[in-house]
Design a protein around this ligand. Structure first.
Ligand SMILES: [Zn+2]
Length: 195
């Protein structure tokens, strides 16, 4: 099953396909469109064109993930169904284009995630919780996440891959969902890709 990814950076493209594969419990073929890095604004501004592009192919759906980066309010269930202004998750949900159904293919699906405060927060949880022990709420860790995870604020691509891959492969998804509401929303959203 082909799954497209619209994310902020190269580390996301290592970690998120692994997490999506594990959440769905099936093998996926991750695809993404090369574009200049541009963070969250680039994700927002290209979302509609990227969605249409994959809708035309045999891709099952599009996974969109951004970092929250200390934005408030944080998303919670009370925001649904109408959305709350200023919430990144609600804003992203409202940006999703209404795509028509496709002949001979299931309805194109979207999964969205707003990592609080960033993808590193989810990974740090995995790095710190190899067993059942829980010491920190990952969403309370806001500063120096890269430093804590990689030992440097500017990790190179190889370091990112070496550190992130085993964490993404082994983090307890249920424990992470319990500790990080933002991951729990992401997990529920990814499950919409099931056929
Ligand atoms: Zn919200």
């Amino acid at each position: 099953m082909k799954v497209a990814f619209q994310v902020e950076g190269s580390t996301d493209l290592i970690v998120l396909p692994i997490l999506v594969r594990r959440i769905l419990n099936i093998d996926i073929v991750p695809v993404h469109r090369q574009r200049r890095p541009g963070g969250v604004n680039a994700v927002f501004s290209t979302l509609e064109s990227v969605a249409w592009e994959y809708w035309k192919s045999d891709t099952r759906g599009l996974v969109i993930v951004i970092d929250n980066d200390n934005n408030i309010p944080l998303h919670d269930q009370s925001h649904l169904p109408n959305g709350v202004p200023g919430c990144n998750y609600c804003q992203l949900s409202q940006k999703l284009p209404n795509l028509p159904s496709r002949r001979d293919l299931p309805q194109f699906a979207f999964a969205i995630g707003v990592a609080v405060e960033s993808l590193e927060s989810w990974l740090l949880f995995g790095a710190q919780h190899s067993g059942k022990k829980r010491e920190h709420q990952p969403e309370q860790i806001k500063n120096n996440l890269k430093q804590m995870l990689y030992g440097t604020c500017r990790p190179d691509a190889r370091t990112c891959k070496e550190i992130c891959t085993p964490i993404a492969e082994n983090v307890d998804l249920l424990e992470l969902s319990r500790a990080a509401p933002s991951f729990s929303f992401f997990r529920d959203s990814v499950l919409r890709l099931r056929i």
